[in-house]
Ligand binder design. Sequence first.
Ligand SMILES: Cc1cc2nc3c(=O)[nH]c(=O)nc-3n(C[C@H](O)[C@H](O)[C@H](O)COP(=O)(O)OP(=O)(O)OC[C@H]3O[C@@H](n4cnc5c(N)ncnc54)[C@H](O)[C@@H]3O)c2cc1C
Length: 498
Amino acid sequence: MVEPASFDLIVVGSGAAGLSAALRAADLGASVGVFTAGALLAGSSPRAQGGVAAAVGADDTASQHAQDTLQVGAGLNDVRAVSVLTSEASRSVGALRDVFARDLGLEAGHARRRILHAGGGATGQVLSSALLERALAHPHIALFDHTPVTDVLLAQGRATGVFAEHHAYGGNAIVLATGGYAALWARSTNAPETRGNGLWLAWRAGAGLADLEFVQFHPTALSIPGKPSLLLSEALRGEGALLLDERNQAFVDPLLPRDVLARALHRHLSAGHKAYLSLQHLPPETVEHHFANLAGAVRDASGLDLARDPLPVAPAAHYCMGGIRTDIWGRTDVPGLYAAGETACSGAQGANRLASNSLLECLVFGARTAEAALRDAPDAAATWTTHSLPEVAPNLAAETVIAAMDPVALGQQLDADLGVERNAAGLQRLAARLPDPNSAPSADLLIASVAARAALLRRESRGAHFRTDFPNPTSTWRGRIHWRRGPTLRPVFEEVSP
Ligand SMILES: Cc1cc2nc3c(=O)[nH]c(=O)nc-3n(C[C@H](O)[C@H](O)[C@H](O)COP(=O)(O)OP(=O)(O)OC[C@H]3O[C@@H](n4cnc5c(N)ncnc54)[C@H](O)[C@@H]3O)c2cc1C
């Protein structure tokens, strides 16, 4: 019988966060096993188009970057996490300087030019390939592709390894870097496999989840029935793309902030109108020159011509601010279990993510999580000051609870009831159909159930969470709702300090 392999650090996921964690740990001399569910380059990281934010320009500072991040985060950021994100940005991207183009881009919400980019809109692909190349060449890193982790192993309440493909693998510490859960929605810009697997692993190991109601919807995703919801980036609107209705009339300012534009498009479409992104008024050679990669992707996905055809668009689930609750060192509340990247909720992104801050979070928090995981005492774990919620959990036993749901049907229900705009009636209907999180039989139903319950409890609008019946933020709800598996479902509330 072959002895199961054992590592100083096990990393689950080979996106930007997982590879950053693996490389930092290996550089510190640790043996690292990286397990990934599919191909080594999969998930969201290779899909990123825009770039990585970092205050590296001569006119820029980390504190200006922090201010912009807090502005968009709508009062829910953890200020220490934002400070880590923005002050460590320059060092993180410095180590990858050869990967990025020399000039800095500007994106909505950023007061300065600070977007590092590569490959003419293929930043994620170029960055992921560079990280992977380094990991493959590192003598301390073993990569296991097509090896989904199905369980975190525990001994006396501490994470001690993982179970994958019929084998147990030991690890002194485990980092979950499994990406977000936005592909649960039927209309999503994410790869189909990005369905919150790591949250399910963490939940069953006893770790807490937070902020699951905060999902960012991208306003302009290609919307053709049966075709993928390809992201049509802000850069197109920045170059002058218009948003036209069925009469070829411009109906909204294409440069509105992401969440405001998503809501405007949602209302326009819900009223029975059509929405098209159009670059027809621009010289075709300009469009082809600036957006060669995207033009090819649009052609492949739909057969349409980016320069000449009006492109039908609709908002689509894009990025998850919520996830496995961690402190600023990636610690969860289970000793030995850590999380980084989009699967984690460190509080850096608040109630809404500033564009290009998520790849940065992967680089910065991936590396520091690995440092903490190697350095921590065996019983180290995160703790938070929480209190019981001011609201009574609603009675959800009214309708038939389902035990399983076809992913397409679930996605459509999430689009309808937990989409760009929410209200009590839709959320109540959705939550009543989903099992209590404690008895959820799958990642899909766990996440949908927690997110629906959290959105129902949060009777306010803040950041990416918009309730038509409570359209304003309230100070009562300035904090995050934590969920943990237990004998009864008792979400607790963590106030966020101003
Ligand atoms: C279309 C698109 C464009 C974007 N553009 C930008 C941008 O310009 N700038 C920016 O900052 N952000 C952007 N984002 C967001 C950003 O790409 C993601 O937040 C980030 O890449 C997440 O990286 P990650 O390492 O956390 O997860 P991912 O890159 O999603 O990687 C997750 C990994 O976990 C693995 N995995 C999952 N479950 C398991 C399991 N059970 N066992 C083993 N492995 C598992 C997957 O196979 C994968 O390797 C974009 C996202 C999308 C979808």
